[in-house]
Ligand binder design. Sequence first.
Ligand SMILES: [Zn+2]
Length: 404
Amino acid sequence: MNPLAWLALGSAAYWGVPYTVWQWWGLGVVQRGLGSARGELGLTFDDGPDPQTTPQILDALKEAGVRATFFTLGKRVEENPQLVARLLSEGHELALHGYRHRHGWLRLPSEAYGDVLAGAKALEKVSGRKPLFFRPPHGAYTWAQMAAAGKLGLKPVHWTLEAHDWHPRYGPPDVLKRVAELATPGDIIVMHDAGPGGRTSVKALPQLLAELDSRGFNPKPLAELRGLREGAWRDLPKRAWVATVDRFFDGVYHVEELNYSAHSVFRVAPGKFPGPAVKAADGRTIEPGAPAAELHLHSERMARAGEAGSLTAFRFFKRSMSDLARAAQEKPYLAQAQVFWGVSLFQEVLEPVGFQMVELPPARRKFLGAYMHFLHKMYGGTPLKRVWPKLVYIDRGALLERYG
Ligand SMILES: [Zn+2]
């Protein structure tokens, strides 16, 4: 092979493999916690401590009674021991980001390795305890950093939701909106308590914490987040599906997120009721073509709720009904909807929360059944017994009477 080919091969092995396996697929890297009915989230701040911004971040957390994990830089820890002392005395968790903030790819392997060791040493010297978790700068992993983390017994941690506080086009309201709309129980959120991200987060944080609380979220330091979970091979088909097919359908259909609470699993698409004619709870008939809204499930939330147990899934559905009732009254695009319907396998959960159901025509039932069982399996759901999908619906009157 010529030298260029060797160089390409070497680069692929040193950068490409870690990028794909750790950063992208998350194999062996903590990605999230359990998506339980308590709405737990891992809240993390990178790059500090910084005397300009960290104290205000700590103030906001204290005010809200929230504790978090700080991925700190060894050099800044050495320069700001009083901030480290405050952080620990207020119950936050100290974790390692590195000694200096430099992208792992731009360092020699020996330098990248040494940086992790030096960072951990600085943290231990100043705080008197060993960190448990490690997240490299930019979430960029190399063999050298992972080898050093392995030697020290540090658990590598990525994230599932970036607040984008570092982004030049994101002001505090954008960060607030992004996190509030995208957060899902079990997520690990990354924000910053230093640099440009820190300056944005200082302004966004008090309102963001209030918003998360009002939606039923419960932010925690990573060491207290239940069910910490690494990426796994079995997640890969799902990720590929979400990135391609799901995204395609979301583009084709106009699906609205309801997402008022941590436990919302419904998304809605306004349209006409496809029929057959069905009976409303008060005995009226709802004809095909009546203004309606189709319910779609938020698959990832459902999958995480299912992981936490069937009782959790039931709680998610129940709270989602209140969100649906609220949306039916508040959202202009649902003002005319007479019936909310969907096609579902989850009849055992939907019946007790107020849905009625009718059989689908045999051909549709077979086709949709195969498709829905495939999806359910791909999202890691516990196997369902041989159930056919049914058309499930709740009329507006019944919804508002029960949940309005
Ligand atoms: Zn960083």
